[in-house]
Design a protein around this ligand. Structure first.
Ligand code: UGA
Ligand code: MN
Length: 498
């Protein structure tokens, strides 16, 4: 599909477009009203009018009809609920305007978006980006997935009713203009079971940067949420990240692993750093795992959000920091100032090598990102931070399983508005975080007789550790014998290991 075609698939309506549309409606309405009044006069004296105006009068007969139809559409638009409007194909309606879109996803919702704009893959240039036939197959699959959504909506509606009965905050829901059917396409209520593997609230670091820990006591805590998943690069990524975080005072590291079972190796590793942390597991639901693209890091971020909610935290700052990004230490001092929502550019994103806010006179006015696709907040997950005090006012905080739209829909769920955004990084002129990506490879395989995996050499323990870390495995039968050499020459295993 050409890029022009992709563009055609995308919802293109902008706030300015909406204003234009409204203006046009207004003009045409007033025009039809005049026509109405005139035609009312003409119907009172039809014959006379025919004689005087001829063909013009015929056209005038159509005008009241058109005006009536317009009036009907306007009436539906203003009186029906957004859900009904959507069902009737009348669009998102009132939520489209800047002022009213506080919480709804209004105009951006459309059945097309449910299929995900086909160019979502262009968001990030990835090694595994499908091409040609594969890509066409993916797109077909997107369409196919649509039918599964109906059940999802029903489940959601049911959950929503239960929640509504339990909740004492119906007035808050109304105020936030929560639209279950609109949100239902993407939002499941945040009801993840949070399974904690291990945690430590003790900060065992004595010095951070050039000061003793005690001097940082007054700073708000940064809750650094890292979704991670088992693959051979996992431990190295987390180790590298930990060595950045080791310099950051007053930080609680929420490591949320996308797998079923806790991994003892990881618990030990995290504890060893001495940074306060919570290690939890929250696997991606299997129905999403087979989807292409899968919603990466969503189940685990949702679990972290749930953890924050369960702890009733209303003080501190939330930041979503993936395990493979590169963080400048200045980022942390910047986000610690967050009053509501901070934003800043992220380097190495997609085509432009950057994604971030456009700032004028110290205010965020727009965004620079090569993939818009109807996203009101076209930013990367690493490009914003949220104050927990602000977030706690929004009971429907959520992150939907919708690849490419996680940031946007999360930020909508906390009612973000342009004037609330605090530009950071010297008015968004500096890069404080980089979207680095590590090339992923399949598990290593070392062919070695198991009788040599004992303590006669280091290899038994080394390969055992690599297995625990999910980096490499041993085999007795597959592939070539492991190469063991001395003085530049391959040696039989028995010669060195027995
Ligand atoms: C980009 C953004 O930086 C992510 O924040 C965003 O979630 C993601 O796109 C998306 O929208 O899919 P990208 O580098 O393309 O990230 O993706 P990854 O780094 O592979 O995954 C994002 C995070 O989710 C990582 O921390 C990764 O460890 C985690 N992840 C990935 C899982 O937890 N499970 C997976 O199956 C894959
Ligand atoms: Mn990444």
């Amino acid at each position: 599909m050409s890029s022009a075609h992709y563009q055609a698939l995308e919802p293109q309506t902008s706030d300015e477009d909406n204003e234009d549309i409204e203006r046009r409606h207004h003009q045409s309405n007033s025009r039809s009203c005049t026509a109405c009044a005139t035609s009312a006069t003409t119907t009172a004296h039809p014959a006379h009018a025919m004689v005087r105006k001829g063909g013009v009068a015929r056209r005038r007969c159509l005008v009241p009809l058109a005006a009536g139809a317009l009036f009907f559409v306007a009436f539906c638009y203003l009186t029906l609920s957004a859900d009904t409007r959507l069902a009737l194909g009348l669009g998102g309606g009132a939520e489209d305007s800047e002022e009213l879109s506080h919480h709804g996803i209004g105009k951006q919702w459309s059945p097309l978006m449910e299929t995900r704009p086909a160019d979502w893959l262009l968001r990030y240039t990835r090694h595994d980006e499908p091409e040609g036939e594969d890509r066409a197959a993916d797109e077909e699959e997107f369409q196919g997935n649509l039918s599964h959504r109906t059940q999802e909506i029903d489940d959601y509606k049911w959950n929503f009713k239960i929640e509504e009965q339990r909740s004492q905050q119906i007035h808050i829901r109304k105020w936030h203009r929560f639209k279950p059917m609109i949100h239902g396409m993407n939002f499941r209520p945040l009801n993840e079971t949070v399974h904690i593997c291990s945690e430590s609230y003790e900060d065992r670091r004595q010095f951070m940067q050039d000061k003793p820990q005690s001097e940082y006591g007054q700073l708000p805590v940064i809750y650094f949420v890292t979704p991670t998943y088992p693959r051979r690069e996992q431990i190295p990524e987390l180790t590298r990240l930990a060595h950045t975080l080791l310099h950051v005072p007053r930080l609680h590291w929420l490591v949320a692993d996308d797998q079923e079972k806790c991994n003892g190796f990881m618990d030990t590793l995290l504890y060893r750093f001495g940074i306060p942390f919570t290690h939890m597991v929250s696997p991606m639901p299997s129905k999403f795992r087979n989807e292409k693209p899968a919603p990466r890091g969503v189940a685990n971020r949702r679990a972290a959000l749930q953890w924050l909610r369960q702890h009733n935290l209303t003080n501190g700052i939330l930041y979503f920091g993936d395990d493979d990004n590169t963080y400048d230490l200045r980022l942390f001092s910047e986000i610690r100032k967050t009053q509501r929502v901070s934003m800043f550019p992220v380097g190495l994103i997609a085509d432009y090598g950057v994604s971030g806010p456009v700032v004028r006179k110290g205010k965020v006015v727009a965004f620079l990102d090569s993939w818009v696709a109807g996203r009101r907040w076209p930013v990367d997950m690493a490009g914003f931070a949220v104050s927990l005090e602000y977030m706690s006012q929004y009971p429907y905080v959520n992150m939907p399983y919708k690849p490419g739209y996680e940031e946007d829909l999360f930020l909508r769920s906390i009612g973000l508005q342009m004037n609330l955004i605090e530009p950071r990084g010297n008015n968004c002129t500096e890069i404080l975080v980089w979207h680095t990506q590590t090339k992923s490879k399949k598990l290593g395989m070392v062919r070695l007789e198991s009788k040599y995996l004992d303590d006669r050499s280091n290899l038994g323990a080394l390969l055992h550790n690599l297995k625990l870390m999910g980096v490499a495995s041993t085999t007795e039968s597959e592939g070539r014998d492991a190469l063991i050499s001395k003085n530049g020459k391959e040696k039989p295993h028995s010669k060195i290991l027995s």
